[in-house]
Ligand binder design. Structure first.
Ligand SMILES: Nc1ncnc2c1ncn2[C@@H]1O[C@H](COP(=O)(O)OP(=O)(O)O)[C@@H](O)[C@H]1O
Ligand SMILES: [Mg+2]
Length: 446
């Protein structure tokens, strides 16, 4: 429903305009002078004002300026005499969206109003969609508040953002937040998991490829960069990309140009880049595993997403949010469970918290959640190595403990866990396989 104010000091014309627009289902109010219009504008909210320009005392331009100065300014269409084209120009400069010259046909005015209303409707729908897609992030702790504030500030720009933090801290959510709070919200958000694909496939997916560019390229493919045009490209787990892909990505970041695999011509896209990693990228640069020049291109605006153990104020609000999303009241979380949750170290961060709660809801059924329901499966593993030398303990058991501890610390990320233990990923897998079925938690993929 559109609320329209028609302002004309010629009562007959004003009445005619109002009645005609009412036929289109709008809600109409009429003012018979500029002064009357100002009073009505102050008293209630309008979506649109259709005003005559030439009126004694307070003229249409004054009505227009007053309308545009409101906190939620209505659009304004002015009606002007044919003879005074310059006043129409002046009105447009002052913020009118459209004008009709008198004498005008009712259909002409009606058409313009319709066009405007449908455009406003589209904008409102878009705004609602964006509001719905923007993640609502819990940020009670100073650390998370700072991260969110930084995200909000950088969202309004086109700057390249690097999100740093452990697995499960909320990097992906923050990337979405940045996209939907920014100028590109109406454009596409393309998320690419750099670790999930082998090198050649990743390049093909990113840059696109021509038919027959490599074995298996049966069809031409546009690629993620092209898909993200006028939007945001989110490169998740950027720390995992190989050297050749690093080179290509660097070239792309320099001028937003790229050549799809097997193609001869360059393409250009307008893309904002947000990337994320749980690796210590600066460390990887120092070790020569990650290109320094690429690191600097990505690291224009870095946001550190703190681990959950450094923002304990967030734990209970996160838990309550999780319950609320399932239609459960905060009281579902009993005092003993609360205490337990706040104390835990959360090596797997928010994701671990969600998993623990998911499991707790199953265990508790209709009961309130108590400490035993939320006991994180691996919470009691933090012993000193020396403490393990008790009767019946073995090297084998120690190995198993260490594997679990590393996986827990790495939030289930096997690449990380392997690095922590100083073994290859392959060796980690074989160690895990050899301990399989001996109890302990099944670590999450990736
Ligand atoms: N601040 C937060 N508020 C609410 N939910 C969060 C928050 N941070 C993370 N989550 C939730 O935790 C889970 C892991 O977040 P995600 O963004 O995937 O982490 P990451 O990308 O760092 O691994 C998701 O289900 C996400 O919705
Ligand atoms: Mg993620």
């Amino acid at each position: 429903m559109t609320r329209i104010l028609v302002v004309d000091d010629e009562p007959k014309l004003g009445k005619l305009v109002a009645e005609m627009l009412e036929l289109d289902g709008h809600e109409l109010e009429r003012a018979t002078s500029g002064r009357d219009a100002l009073v009505r504008l102050a008293a209630s909210r309008f979506d649109l004002v259709v005003t005559d320009l030439r009126m004694p005392d307070v003229d249409g331009l004054a009505v227009l300026r007053a309308a545009r100065a409101l906190p939620q300014p209505p659009d304004v269409i002015v009606m002007t005499a044919y003879a005074s084209a310059e006043s129409a120009v002046e009105a447009m400069k002052a913020g009118a969206v459209d004008y009709v010259t008198k004498p005008f046909s009712m259909d002409e005015l009606r058409l313009r109003v319709r066009r405007l209303v449908s455009q406003r409707g589209a904008e409102a729908r878009e705004a609602r969609l964006v509001a719905r897609l923007t993640p609502e992030l819990v940020a009670e702790s100073p650390a998370m508040r700072a991260a969110l504030q930084a995200a909000r500030q950088v969202a309004a720009t086109d700057a390249t953002v690097l999100l740093l933090g452990e697995s499960g801290t909320g990097k992906s959510q923050l990337a979405r937040f940045i996209h939907y709070q920014g100028r590109r919200a109406a454009g596409p958000l393309v998320e690419v998991h750099c670790a999930a694909l082998p090198e050649t496939l990743l390049e093909g997916e990113l840059f696109g490829h021509e038919k027959g560019a490599f074995t298996g390229a049966i069809q031409r493919k546009a690629g993620h960069l092209a898909a993200a045009d006028r939007g945001t490209l989110f490169l998740d787990e950027i720390g995992e990309i190989t050297q050749p892909t690093q080179v290509k990505l660097l070239r792309f970041l320099q001028d937003r140009r790229f050549v799809p695999l097997g193609a001869t011509e360059e393409r250009t896209v307008d893309v904002r880049v947000v990337s994320a990693t749980n690796r210590d990228l600066a460390g990887a640069v120092a070790e020569g595993a990650f290109r320094e020049d690429l690191f600097y291109r990505l690291n224009v605006f870095a946001i550190a997403v703190p681990p959950l153990r450094d923002r304990r104020e967030d734990v209970l609000p996160l838990a309550e949010r999780f319950l609320a999303a399932r239609g459960l009241p905060p009281e579902k979380l009993g005092p003993s469970a609360r205490e337990r949750l706040v104390q835990h170290r959360w090596p797997g961060n928010v994701r671990e918290l969600e998993n623990v709660l998911e499991r707790a809801l199953i265990l508790a059924g209709e009961d309130e959640l108590r400490a035993e329901h939320v006991a994180p499966g691996t919470a009691q593993r933090a012993r000193r190595v020396g403490d393990l030398l008790v009767e019946g303990f073995s090297l084998d058991a120690l190995e198993r403990e260490l594997l679990h501890a590393a996986l827990e610390r790495a939030g289930g990320n096997k690449t990380h866990a392997a690095r922590m233990l100083g073994v290859s990923r392959r060796r980690l897998y074989s160690l895990l396989a050899s301990h399989e079925g001996e109890g302990g938690p099944e670590p999450d993929a990736p």
